[in-house]
Write a protein that binds this ligand. Structure first.
Ligand code: ADP
Ligand code: ADP
Ligand code: MG
Length: 471
């Protein structure tokens, strides 16, 4: 078993990994930049080291991180999600310096992190891919000609994109002409690569993804699927496991496709294969070669601790489970509580959390790094808490989600939690009938009342009185 792991991340996912290390008796090492000096991951790790004043540079510097791991006697690095997690150069540097990168081989990251080469590998393996360009687009003329063949609407996508950015739907040649340079510029800025490609736009699809685990001996299993169709601007808001809207046959087929995809590229460790589903058609979209934000819900319905399994696999241990060992139990929903104001076009709402009361009770899990008095820094992702609920049936998990969202108090910033209450109250959501257009199709769900809760009014009054009295 690994003995000491450096966590090249921050926030809730760093805390999540520290917890898994602690349960396995592995020493954890945190890194941080100045705005995170008082962050929870710094407090909870066994050791913590500053990587400088710049908020982001330290988390994005492969050489410094690998050197810090070596200096502190770590045998492995866990990259979490975001930051360097899908950076093949970082994984390669670990390999060269004799540090275990907790994830697949750098060559596999390179292959799957590039969406067009991933599509090539999947086609070769007999996994159906979304119709689209063979590789990257050379210029606008090629894009326009290909769009005529595929038929509008089409999706223009950044080849090394992620996090829902660098994707534009184009319904006409005029739109494509307008969006083409925009996507290139966004891709260059956000991902450091100007490569773009084209896919047929699957209209009103469901986003269904399968979690896989693969060990060094080539054993691959899937942990069934997650339904991430509740999205805004191609970014996930609410995730569900298992999907309430696929048949047992589709479930089995998608799981098998994901295993085939992983085997075809010699995948090792945890990964997610994302698909778009329309009617009975399933198309491969991309593979995320890392732990995902929504791994939590799969843990709740299968009982498998995915992060512990990542650490075991990276230690060279074989998988502890056969496919038959993996059974689904109930339903889980994850709410990404973002520090954003839904009523103001989801504008980020950073600042001090004046009061936080955690939801609890049966079937409730919270993954977060916030606490009362915590200042959400403006430099990072706006997701500040993951609320996960579990129950035996679909109806019960919705009721539990509504109750847990109501339980939670998060004052001082605006969040997405009231908006999620509106989604849970919608009859189509309750019927388990929704696709990736649900959010744009229901703008009326943003018209909820922002009346403050009595407990929040009391706090605001108390602090006003305190300020007035000069306390
Ligand atoms: P998941 O795929 O786990 O559901 P997201 O797509 O929401 O998660 O991404 C999680 C985090 O990682 C976000 O902060 C997102 O901006 C970041 N991220 C994802 N892919 C990339 C990428 N290719 N380049 C840079 N950041 C990324
Ligand atoms: P990212 O790497 O940012 O996660 P993805 O390729 O996974 O990007 O796409 C993100 C989301 O964008 C999908 O979940 C889906 O809602 C939408 N999307 C992407 N490609 C298509 C497509 N070809 N047709 C319809 N929707 C798409
Ligand atoms: Mg994706």
């Amino acid at each position: 078993m690994l003995k000491k792991v450096l966590i090249a991340n921050r926030g809730e996912i760093a805390v999540r990994i520290i917890r898994a290390c602690s349960e396995l008796g592995i020493r954890s090492v945190a890194i941080y930049t100045e705005p995170d000096r008082y962050g929870l991951h710094v407090k909870r790790a066994d050791e913590a080291y500053s990587l400088g004043d710049d908020p982001l540079e330290g988390y994005l510097d492969p050489l410094r991180i690998v050197n810090r791991a070596l200096e502190t006697g770590c045998d492995a690095i866990h990259p979490g999600y975001g930051f360097l997690s899908e950076n093949a150069r970082f994984a390669q540097l670990c390999e060269q310096k004799g540090i275990t990168f907790i994830g697949p081989k750098s060559t596999v990251i390179a292959k799957m992190g590039d969406k067009t080469s991933a599509r090539d590998s999947m086609r070769a393996a007999g996994v159906p891919v979304t119709p689209g360009s063979d590789g990257n687009l050379a210029n606008l003329e090629e894009a326009l000609a290909l769009a005529e063949t595929i038929g509008y609407p089409i999706m223009l996508k950044a080849t090394s994109g992620g996090g829902g950015r660098g994707i534009r739907r184009c319904d006409t040649a005029e739109e494509l002409t307008k969006q083409y340079p925009r996507v290139i510029s966004e891709a260059t800025k956000a991902f450091g690569s100007a490569d773009v490609f084209m896919e047929k736009c699957i209209v009103n699809p469901r986003h269904i993804e399968a979690q896989i685990l693969a060990d060094a001996e080539g054993n691959v299993i899937h942990l069934f699927e997650r339904d991430c169709s509740i999205q805004r601007r191609n970014q996930k808001l609410i995730e569900i496991a298992p999907s309430p809207q696929i048949t047992p046959e589709q479930r089995q087929y998608i799981g098998e496709l994901a295993v085939r995809a992983a085997k075809a590229v010699g995948y090792e460790n945890a990964g997610t294969v994302e698909f778009l589903l329309t009617g009975n058609e399933v198309y491969f979209m991309e593979m995320n070669t890392r732990v995902q934000v929504e791994h939590t819900i799969t843990e709740q319905v299968t009982g498998v601790d995915i992060v512990q399994e990542q650490l075991r696999i990276a230690s060279g241990l074989p998988l502890r489970y056969d496919q038959q060992d993996i059974q689904l139990h109930g339903y889980a929903i994850q709410f990404r509580i973002n520090a954003e104001d839904p009523k103001n076009d989801f504008l980020p709402s950073f600042g001090r959390i004046t009061h936080y009361y955690a939801p609890g009770g049966p079937g409730v899990r919270v993954d977060t790094a916030i606490f009362t008095g915590y200042d959400i820094p403006p430099y990072f992702d706006s997701m500040c808490l993951k609320l996960v609920v579990w129950a035996l049936t679909w109806d019960d998990v919705i009721a539990r989600g509504r109750r847990a969202l109501d339980d939670m108090r998060l004052h001082g910033i605006r969040t997405t939690s009231n908006y999620y209450q509106q989604i849970l109250a919608h009859p189509d959501f309750q019927k388990g009938d929704f696709n990736t257009s649900f959010v744009p199709d229901h703008p009326e769900l943003l018209n909820y009342s922002t009346k403050r809760h009595p407990s929040e009014i009391a706090l605001v009054l108390a602090s006003a009185i305190a300020a007035h009295a000069g306390w």
